[in-house]
Design a binder for this molecule. Structure first.
Ligand code: NAD
Ligand code: AHE
Ligand code: ZN
Ligand code: ZN
Length: 374
């Protein structure tokens, strides 16, 4: 049967800084190489709030935000072969085509096959599948998970074990994979290493899980909100530090605590001043700092070049360096085997109608992850 336009409940971002608005939107059938999915659950990540704030140079409105979802294939477009109706899938904002220069390089997970149109809020053919009363509504990060139904390119879906609870493994669509992957794939932390994690939201706490899995010897968790420390300790942090309790720069505090600095640090906030601290708390000669946080338009990082001349390394990580289609299903299997937990992260669950409250909780520092159930 040919797929039809579907009416879908969606939280629409009409403009920067405005609360999301619940609307019934039209979702077109998937075109060639595309898939329409029914969303089962989605997490709310700080990057959604960042784009809504207007700080994202790629922010485009009106759009449907959301990129940490789990869903079930509702219909497929012409030529789609890798997923079928009924498959359980996790949307990927970092697709994997397997054939572009980036995919073939073996050096990065940053597939660029559809990056240009994705950044403009469009499907690969340059059009959108969402509209409201005939007005086009843009996609976001190629995923738009704050909608009952969404359309994605086939290359932007990871097919996962149907036994896995989508209400939990949706967090592998961004936050948990990003933090764990940055430690394991990007930094390649080794047993005994000393690690500092700046910012204890979903990303930073997942980095702590990654560091614990990698058997880091010491894991220093840093946040200005001390209510985050209890979970950080439970996940493996050996030291919890609030920079506000010191009258000197936090990098000096950490260098003193660690006999010269850490082997690896991770910035999980999106604050360019903290990015500098994270680099400068690294050990002379070999310490490496990984930028994960996303900073607003116009912001830049700086340090004395001498910090790099003397052996510290600055690098970055997107989606934990994970190739979504070929590697994410394995993360789901590892979760199913009990190698790590996800329910610790889910501090709140709610309906899509309450998504603005999820943003409030995040801004007030009261949640780790809110999961929206459809
Ligand atoms: P979050 O808001 O849940 O957590 C941020 C944490 O940082 C909070 O606990 C907050 O108290 C703490 N914090 C804020 N200012 C601080 C400071 N000056 N010093 C110490 N701690 C401070 O956010 P999240 O969802 O965990 O996301 C974290 C960052 O990672 C965001 O910038 C997000 O956009 C980015 N991100 C990047 C990727 C990627 O692939 N690179 C993926 C997901 C998220
Ligand atoms: N659009 C922003 C950058 C946003 C950004 O860095 N996104 C991360 C994922 S954050 C997920 O929560 C990412 O993967 N970036 C790689 C990419 O290709 O977008 C800007 O500054 O323009
Ligand atoms: Zn995210
Ligand atoms: Zn590719």
């Amino acid at each position: 049967m040919t797929a039809q336009v579907i009416k879908s409940k969606a939280a629409v971002a009409w403009g920067p800084g405005q609360p999301l608005s619940m609307e019934t939107v039209d979702v077109m059938p998937p075109q060639a190489g595309e898939v329409r999915i029914r969303m089962v659950a989605t997490g709310v990540c700080h990057t959604d709030a960042f784009t809504l704030s207007g700080d994202d140079p790629e922010g485009i409105f009106p759009c449907i935000l959301g990129h940490e979802g789990g869903g079930i294939v509702e219909s497929i477009g012409e030529g789609v072969t890798s997923v079928a109706v009924g498959d359980h899938v996790i949307p990927l904002y970092t697709p994997e085509c397997g054939e572009c220069k980036y995919c073939r390089s073996g050096k990065t997970n940053l597939c660029q096959k559809i990056r240009e149109t994705q950044g403009k809020g469009l499907m690969p053919d340059g059009t959108t599948r969402f509209s409201k009363d005939g007005q086009p509504i843009y996609h976001y990060m190629g995923t738009s998970t704050f909608s009952e139904y969404t359309v994605l390119p086939e290359i932007s879906l990871a097919k996962v074990n149907p036994q896995a609870p989508l209400e939990e493994v949706c967090l592998l669509g961004c936050g948990v994979t990003t933090g764990m992957g940055a430690v394991i794939n990007t930094a390649k932390v080794q047993p005994g290493d000393t690690v500092a994690v700046f910012g204890l939201g979903g990303i930073g706490l997942s980095a702590i899980i990654g560091a614990t899995m990698a058997k880091a010897g010491r894991i220093i968790a840093i946040d200005i909100n001390e209510s985050k420390f209890e979970l950080a300790r439970k996940l493996g942090a050996t030291d919890c530090v609030n920079p506000m309790n010191f009258d000197k720069p936090i990098q000096d505090v950490i260098v003193e605590m660690t006999d010269g600095g850490v082997d690896y640090s991770f910035e999980c906030i999106g604050n360019v001043n903290v990015m500098r601290s994270a680099l400068e708390c690294c050990h002379k000669g070999w310490g490496e700092s990984v930028v994960i946080g996303v900073a607003g338009a116009g912001q830049e990082i700086s340090t004395r070049p001498f910090q790099l001349v003397t052996g510290r390394v600055w690098r970055g990580s997107a989606f934990g360096g994970v190739r979504g289609r070929s590697e994410l299903p394995e993360y789901v299997e590892r979760y199913m085997k009990g190698e790590f937990k996800l329910d610790d992260f889910i501090t709140h669950t709610m309906k899509l109608e309450d998504v603005n409250h999820a943003f409030d909780l995040m801004h007030e520092g009261k949640s780790i992850r809110t999961v929206i159930h459809f």
